[in-house]
Design a protein around this ligand. Structure first.
Ligand code: PEP
Ligand code: MG
Length: 856
């Protein structure tokens, strides 16, 4: 060992230290995460587990804060504690994710120790060690330009000379030789670095409170030089990507700290476990290797976590310097939590709590590999997660044509309309220039599980020349390949590297544990049999919203619908509806069969009729052909139906009141499907929902017609069946008048998309244009179409729920807007006493887990 060894009176030293506010980490010392930081606490745990941790001292948050404000650290007392000549200082914040200043090793190194070390361990080792200290001191303490110290040939004496010279030139001072001076400066600079603006902003972005403190840990150095394969390394016992158990890490001779991870000098690498490619710690130092394995097990069983252990071997002696939670992908995190619970190390509930609900999203969809190259060409709103690559197409027809040739394509539109539904089905992802989080493109894409970016207002579509222009002047022609990263809200040029989705057994296991814990229901918004099947895969407890208008976007149905819209007489209309009814009946039978007795809420027809008519001349000509009409007739009709403000016009129940035949047809289809599906499968009690209600009388009118259709079907078929009639609360007035409305409703389902639109007076299809600016200027904290506005819309929900419940205590309460899948909205709905939330099928797992988190 280099330097001198004093025999110390530790008891006396410890007393002095305690008075100064420093704590030596011993098994019994009072060390707390919220006072000394996570690293200090973890080191105490390792010490308690009898691991060979070098002597360590913890400075608490207050002490470090005082140092940052200018108070001098009590250096003599600190140095009084240690025997070994060199020290390290590491940051210890409450949560490791909040970051902190870089660790500084080899404090105490100076010319004299360099000379002694050269004698005992050779020039190379001494040079490397001293040089490393000078570099980190120069960069992190003296704040000199790192480029100046980017030196190679660490063992070269000239490099050391050079570094010392630069230090002196830049600072006009000799490199400090006194360990006390060095340590004092290191502590001061680390304490100050924590208070810097950048560090503060960074940690606040990661969830740290404004007054988050920094602890510091001063530790004796074990050097990693000496006889045999002395060196340092890190070891962990799971794969950080997959979560599978395996020994991973690196060890490097004559290295320190985390060098082994960053140093490119492959010659010095020694494998951990036996390896054909070269020497291993297991071969050369079997006892140390066995100890490492044992410590890994101890961490797992006693710290109840997979840890990465940082260690040094000096003269065949193992030292454990630090241990941190293995950094891991969301998938590995889930797999690790489930494995720990299955091994009875943690409870199932704790495993559930260890998986953040939103982290599941990454497992449900393909993702752009975060480690791959990335060339973003447009930024917009992340409307539907996942990623996909394909050739650009600018029309739905183009998308269908490419899909027919088995080519992947990305549908790029200014915005999408119901006519684009087939194109969206054919595309792998969608990018729109306009629109917000509840625009047509966004809602449909989420339902289909398609990655989607909307409101990418920096791109310009030049449809005439069939090119997309980006803000930086690049053009992408139809047929060029791009990637949509719907999770990040970006379009990337070319085919990005991908990580594929994989649900796996652990995923299902964890969600089944979540289901045991949660106390609010989770249903899916599902419009088609394919959606319903997905909803079942994700174990939704029913369908909370079936938007029936989405069933009409297939060619044949669209035509029948258009015939109905063009009908001049009630008889013609009846005839067109008679053509649609069997199709609807078949849809519902299929839905009921897939859901096998689980509740299915079918919303009666909602959108404005003109949405079913073509907008472009091309489409009008086609329709005129199909219906055997003059183009001018079609154009006239489209014009007659067009409204200044269709979202506030003739849609929802207003259509039901004024053109009642449509709802009559739908009710009949639902009841007949109920009878059919109940014959072979579980009994069905359909839930029929009336959209866009704002007055009690609307409900009365629709209810009496539907009741009479039910009575007719019962008589005609000679079969009894039940059904529940409910109301969608999505206008502010419906929320205010929920008391009287609930008297006629078996359930109230809050449609927060329209409710947000109408509460703010903010178009859900246009808000994307300025939402970015609104959020960045702090006008809105978040996009209210994305994150439920608890203050405003939330108050209406609360009021509606209370008033509805007061007048009809048996009414089922739920939410079915896009917010239904967000953890924060689920918390709100649970507090407001809602029975269930309903969200798109791909968000069901997130909702199930988020609901469990609330109940545990
Ligand atoms: C709503 O308005 O919240 C809703 C679910 O209906 P839609 O999105 O179909 O208008
Ligand atoms: Mg709505």
């Amino acid at each position: 060992m280099l330097g001198l060894c004093y025999k110390k009176n530790y008891a006396a030293v410890q007393k002095v230290l305690e008075r100064a506010g420093y704590t030596e980490i011993t098994p019994t010392a009072s060390v707390d995460t919220n006072r000394h930081g996570g690293r200090a606490k973890c080191l105490q745990r390792l010490i308690r587990l009898d691991m060979p941790v070098p002597r360590t001292l913890a400075l608490d948050f207050d002490t470090v804060r005082e140092i940052s404000l200018g108070k001098l650290p009590d250096i003599p007392s600190i140095l009084g504690l240690f025997d070994r000549p060199l020290l390290s200082v590491r940051p210890s914040s409450e949560d490791a994710d909040w970051g902190g200043p870089s660790a500084i090793l080899n404090i105490g190194m100076n010319n004299e120790k360099h000379r002694k070390l050269a004698e005992s361990h050779g020039e190379d080792a001494a040079n490397a060690l001293y040089l490393r200290f000078i570099r980190s001191y120069a960069i992190h303490v003296a704040r000199l330009d790192p480029d100046e110290f980017e030196l190679t040939g660490a063992s070269d004496g000239r490099a050391l000379e050079h570094a010392l010279t630069i230090y002196e030139e830049e600072t006009d001072e000799y490199f400090p030789q006194d360990i006390g001076d060095q340590l004092s400066e290191v502590l001061r600079s680390m304490a100050r670095a924590w208070e810097g603006t950048t560090a503060r902003l960074l940690r606040e972005a990661r969830g740290a409170p404004k007054d988050a403190g920094l602890g510091l840990v001063v530790q004796e150095m074990a050097l990693g030089v000496g006889k045999g394969p002395s060196g340092s390394g890190v070891i962990q016992f799971v794969n950080g990507q997959s979560g599978e158990r395996e020994v991973r890490g690196r060890y490097m001779a004559r290295s320190q700290g985390r060098d082994a991870l960053v140093d490119k000098n492959e010659r010095e690498v020694i494998y951990l476990a036996k390896d054909e490619r070269g020497p291993s710690v297991e071969d050369r130092l079997p006892a140390a290797y066995a100890d490492l394995m044992r410590y890994g097990d101890l961490c797992r069983n006693r710290l109840r976590e997979e840890m990465q252990i940082e260690f040094t071997i000096e003269n065949e002696q193992l030292h454990i310097l630090d241990a941190v939670r293995v950094s891991r992908s969301p998938r590995a995190n889930l797999n690790i939590a489930v494995a720990l619970a299955q091994d009875a190390i943690i409870s199932e509930e704790e495993a559930v709590m260890r998986v953040p609900p939103r982290s599941l999203t990454e497992m449900l969809h393909s993702q752009v590999d975060p480690n791959g190259p990335r060339d973003a060409i447009a930024k917009g709103i992340a409307a539907s997660p996942g990623a996909a690559t394909g050739k650009i197409v600018f029309t739905s027809r183009g998308a269908q044509a490419l899909a027919a040739q088995d080519e992947d394509c990305i549908l790029v539109r200014r915005e999408t309309t119901p006519e684009d539904i087939r194109g969206m089905h054919a595309a792998k992802a969608v990018l729109t220039e306009r629109g917000g989080i509840t625009s047509h493109a966004a809602v449909i894409a989420r339902g289909l599980g398609l990655p989607c970016v909307v409101g990418a207002s920096s791109i310009k579509l030049d449809r005439k020349n069939k090119v997309l222009r980006t803000a930086d002047g690049r053009t992408f022609a139809e047929g060029e390949v791009i990637t949509i990263d719907g999770s990040a809200g970006e379009a990337l040029s070319g085919a990005a590297e991908m990580l594929e989705p994989d649900l796996g057994e652990a995923f299902q296991t964890l969600l089944s544990w979540a289901d045991n814990a949660r106390d609010i229901g989770v249903r899916a918004n599902a419009d088609t049999p394919a959606d319903a099947a997905k909803a079942r895969t994700f174990a939704a407890e029913g369908i909370g919203l079936c938007r029936t208008e989405h069933m009409f976007f297939e060619q044949e149905r669209l035509l029948a619908m258009r015939e109905m819209i063009f009908a001049d007489t009630p008889e013609d209309r009846r005839a067109a509806l008679d053509r649609i009814e069997p199709m609807q009946r078949a849809d519902f039978i299929e839905l009921f069969e897939i859901m096998s007795g689980l509740p299915v809420t079918i919303r009666l027809f909602d959108p404005p009729l003109h949405e079913f008519l073509p907008h472009a001349r091309e489409g009008m000509v086609e329709l005129a052909d199909a219906l055997d009409l003059a183009v001018s007739d079609v154009t006239r009709r489209v014009e007659a139906l067009s409204e200044f403000n269709p979202m506030l016009g003739m849609r929802g129940v207003r259509l039901g009141v004024t053109v009642p035949e449509i709802y009559d047809m739908q009710a009949r289809a639902i009841f007949e499907a109920t009878i059919e599906a109940s014959k072979t499968g579980a009994p069905v009690v359909p839930e029929i929902m009336i959209p866009l209600v704002s007055a009690k009388r609307e409900v009365e009118i629709v209810k009496s017609r539907i009741d009479s259709v039910a009575a007719q079907v019962r008589v005609e078929r000679g079969v009894k069946f039940d059904y529940r009639l409910g109301v969608m609360v999505e206008t502010p007035r419906a929320a205010l008048r929920a008391g009287e409305i609930a008297q006629h409703a078996a359930f109230l389902s809050f449609g927060t998309n329209d409710l947000t639109q109408m509460t703010y007076g903010l178009s859900r299809d246009d808000a994307g244009r300025f939402m970015g600016q609104y959020v960045s200027q702090g006008v809105y904290e978040e996009d209210p179409f994305h994150t439920l506005d608890i203050d405003g819309v939330g108050e209406l929900l609360q009021m509606g729920a209370e008033r509805g419940r007061a007048s009809n205590p048996d009414a089922t309460l739920s939410i079915c807007g896009e917010h239904g899948g967000n953890p924060e909205s689920i918390a709100f709905c649970r507090n407001a006493g809602f029975d269930y939330v309903s969200c798109s099928p791909f968000r069901v797992p997130v909702a199930r887990l988020a609901a469990a988190h609330l109940a545990i």
